[in-house]
Every structure is written in C-alpha cells, then in structure tokens.
Design a protein around this ligand. Sequence first.
Ligand code: HPA
Length: 269
Amino acid sequence: MSLLSKINETKAYLQSKGIEKPDFGLILGSGLGELAEEVENSIVIDYADIPNWGQSTVVGHAGKLVYGELSGRKVLALQGRFHYYEGNPIETVTFPVRVMKALGATGLIVTNAAGGIGYGPGTLMAITDHINLTGNNPLIGENLEEFGPRFPDMSDAYTTSYRQVANKVADQLGIKLEGGVYLGVSGPTYETPAEIRAFKTMGADAVGMSTVPEVIVAVHSGMKVLGISAITNFAAGFQSELNHAEVVEVTEKIKENFKGLIKAILKEL
Ligand code: HPA
C-alpha cells in the first residue's frame, strides 16, 4: 500500500473512533508522557489497535494515542514515540506526524530528553534549530505533493513565533528556559567523548536520539513547530558515565515544571 493510502486509512480509522481535527500534535518524550493523562474529554487508543502504526518498546514510553482538550486546545498526543534505533523504518517513526497533519493539525509540540553540551541536568531548552546526523532523512523517496514540496525550506524549522511565546510564558511562570541547537543521532549508543567534542565544535547545545525525523516531516507539510528538550545529563566526556536510569530519574524531577510550561504555552499559542 502506498504511504498516502496508509495515511488515509489510519486517518479514517481514528475518525471512526471519534477523533476530529486537532489544533496541535503533541509528541511526549521519555518520562514526559504523563501530560497526556491531563487531557480532558479524552479518547485513548492503544498503539496496537491503530492500523499502520508502529509499536513503542522503550521503558518510560506508554504507547497510547490520546485525543482531547488540554488548556482549551484540541490536542492529539503521542504518549511514547517511535525511535529509529528500535529498528522502525524512518517512515514509521514519522507516520504519526503525517496523520496529525492529515487530520488538520497546524502545530506540533515535540519534546525529548537530551544530553547537554554545555547545559546541565535539569535544564529545559527550547530548540532553536537542529543538526541532522541521524544518517537518514524521512523525506527520501517519492515526494508526497499533497503534503509539501520536494525540497522543503528548513530556515525556520523551529517556528520563531512559537519560541517567542514559549519564552514569554516561561518568564511569567518563573521557569528558566534556555535555547539551543539540538543535534540528532540515531542511537542507541550514547555518543563517544570524541563525538561530543566534534558536535560542540559544530554548534550543538544538546544531543539526542529523536525529534529530528518528526520535525522534518512536520516542516515539509507546513506545520509550525515548537521543540523542547529536557536535559537529563551532561553529554559523554563531561560526566563520568551515562545511563538510562539517570535520564529517567532527572526527567522525573523536572516533569512538573515541564508539564506546567507546556500547558501554559498551549493556552497562548
Ligand atoms: N545522548 C543521546 N541521547 C540522550 C542523551 C545523551 O546524552 N541523554 C538523553 N538522551
């Protein structure tokens, strides 16, 4: 089946379950999925029941699609995303964003846990731009003209006006929101210290194993994007060792601030 037919089939399935036009797609990263539990008048669907949908395998990622209202806006939230390192085809990783767009979402809020290059654990960082070192691009292959052009402009991938709102809201809440460049890799290994030194020279402020593919697909189809990284650790070489337990633990500590920030931003976007 063609990608377009799959998108349409999945869209029709979700509509048959009562999902209408979302204002925003929401992708909730490692340990940040709890926000979906605050969605009101929700329709919750297990990933396993959705046609053409991938499966989520990482600890801390629930695997549910949640539609409803958050801060008075209609959201379609992914509680758990698909990573390239899980062995998912890149098309599967980005498929939910295609479906969000097909359902009518005009904005995407994407969150992740990331290693800090300069920034330390506990920092919240609005992504200003990205560097794609995943070794892939989700738009390789036939272009879906219905969604966007063959050669999309990535000059304002992380929509400036959304980031301005995020900064204003963070100030009002007294939450420190940094800004910086997210460098996306495939994982699943954490980086070597030499890689991190190279990434620093390249201009990266944070490194992670997600987000870049989804944002490329969103930008292609003209969606506006806000990306927020929760820095969970110093990247390799800046601390003695890296492990997923620390990522989960630090996310646990910052998630209240994080949830409050996203809810307040949604109200203002
Ligand atoms: N590197 C890559 N991905 C990550 C990291 C990291 O240090 N921390 C959380 N996700």
